[in-house]
Ligand binder design. Sequence first.
Ligand code: EPU
Length: 302
Amino acid sequence: MILNDPEFVEQMEGWGACFLPDQRLSEYTSLGVGGLADMIVIRDTEAVEPVVAGLRERGVPWGVLGGGTNVLAADEPLKRVLLHLAPGPRDVVFDGNTVRISAAASLGRSVMECAKRNLGGMEGLVGVPGSVGGALRMNAGAYGTEIGPLVRSVRVFRGATGITEKLTASSLGFKYRKSSFAPDDIMLSVTLDLPDKPFSQIIEYVKQLNKRRLSSQPLKEKSAGCIFKNPPGLSTGKMIDELGMKGLRVGGAVISERHANFIVNRFDGTASDIFALIDIVRQRIHKAHGVELEPEVIIWKN
Ligand code: EPU
């Protein structure tokens, strides 16, 4: 436990936040690995400013946990408190073709809420796991759709200044799996402009994509999606596959036979197993192609 201040903990309850010491990150991440971490679950986004100010005063480092679906957390206890925004009942609010979605909301569920209002544009993202905040940070994408181009503005708490700001899309620097948010920015909500599209058409497309994804990705196993980015003009999955590395195993971590850019935690693996497998893949790809693979997942190590 790195935050040990009962008075501060009691104070944050009054702001709409709750302290959970010594949580196992393996239970909060889709890869099912990761050591202990202190968490603060935030039910009311107004609590973000005073909570962070309080952590700063006490010299306690902090980070943000979204849906935990794109994170590889090390096995050792994390030396920072993780803030986690809790989803709520009014996470998706419509105004014509404009929708405001809380960062805490599930991306997949939000896509479906929009579909029910005959609003499209996001349907390519339906199978992308995780929260809307995480999707913004990574500019999540699949099947030719990225969240970035749909964004009008984002309300974000800026770690650097401790102030909440509304940023417009042009200042967010969305690129392939990248945005210009700082690691200590906390996305609070996003406003999207969506085109009209009939529900039936959206659902038809969603069904097609689900089928395609199910046949090409190991969705029933523990993973964090693709583990590496695609280098410009190249396909990481294809390169790993061509080197015959599917099924390669270190401890409980395996390179998926279904998609070579997925590492799955099949046999109660640890983060160390996954790091070791990542190193092997990077070395083999570097030797064969002279390319340095970059992780697509966010790595949490002390
Ligand atoms: N391929 C192989 N062997 C494999 C995997 C892929 O030969 O084991 C080949 C495929 O046949 C295809 C090419 O590689 O010709 C590309 O594969 P795929 O269509 O699966 O796309 P990808 O580039 O590997 C990207 C995203 C995925 C996203 C899919 C679908 C990245 C790193 N990955 O994968 O996103 O779901 O497109 O749009 O950009 C993620 O973000 O975690 C993720 C999985």
